[in-house]
Ligand binder design. Structure first.
Ligand code: GRF
Length: 203
């Protein structure tokens, strides 16, 4: 399966996919990596792995909708079977979902439906939860609201600050992402209401 991965930062989730896809038995390859900004470690990781990269900056377009359409086109050019948003810090819009909807997954550092948005680990800390984690979901028009593919739980420790907690989440997140994306790539998947099922539909 052809994966296009979108990043905005350090790209450790991307790195986990780059490492996993090096094994042909994994059943997927990262065919391109895109970002909403230049000069980030995630793009450097792709370049080191010899994977084509592209940048689509919102500021290079007259408005958000034009950016969204341009991003959709650039992603489409790589003929993805699955688009993975891995630490991509922009919301994809109508044009993107019209083009790629149903084949876009996003990883979020909280146990959805808790703590959607940009501050999952911080929200978990401020709410005093004892368990948090990460969620892989199929992207829909909402913010971190799509059908859940996989989740992984981690404990919150007494002395955690946001960084320590997020790092602990990211260890689980990378494993969750590699396992779930591999299954989607090898077995196929479909969304039935709020449920995501692996495998092709029964005859
Ligand atoms: C991940 O935890 C992702 O869920 C969140 O930001 C982090 C990105 O980490 N949105 P990286 O860029 O993959 O290292």
């Amino acid at each position: 399966a052809r994966l296009v991965v979108l990043v905005s930062g350090s790209g450790t989730n991307l790195q986990a996919l780059l490492d996993a896809t090096a094994d042909p038995a994994y059943g997927a390859q990262v065919v391109a990596v895109g970002a909403d900004r230049a000069g980030i470690e995630g793009l450097a990781r792709a370049e080191r792995a010899g994977v084509p990269t592209f940048v689509q900056r919102v500021g290079d377009h007259p408005d958000r909708a034009a950016w969204d359409a341009a991003l959709a086109d650039e992603v489409a050019a790589h003929r993805p079977d699955l688009v993975v948003l891995a630490g991509f810090m922009k919301l994809v819009g109508e044009a993107f979902l019209a083009r790629h909807g149903g084949r876009v997954v996003n990883t979020h550092p909280a146990l959805s439906p808790s703590f959607p948005g940009m501050h999952g680990p911080a929200d978990a800390l401020s709410h005093g939860v004892k368990v948090t984690g990460c969620t892989l979901f199929v992207v829909d028009a909402g913010v971190d609201t799509g059908p859940i593919v996989a989740q992984s739980a981690v404990p919150v420790e007494e002395d955690d600050d946001v960084e320590a907690l997020h790092e602990r989440i990211k260890v689980a997140e990378r494993a969750m992402l590699v396992t779930a994306v591999g299954r989607m790539a090898r077995e196929g998947f479909r969304v039935e209401g709020r449920a995501v099922r692996f495998g092709s539909p029964p005859r």
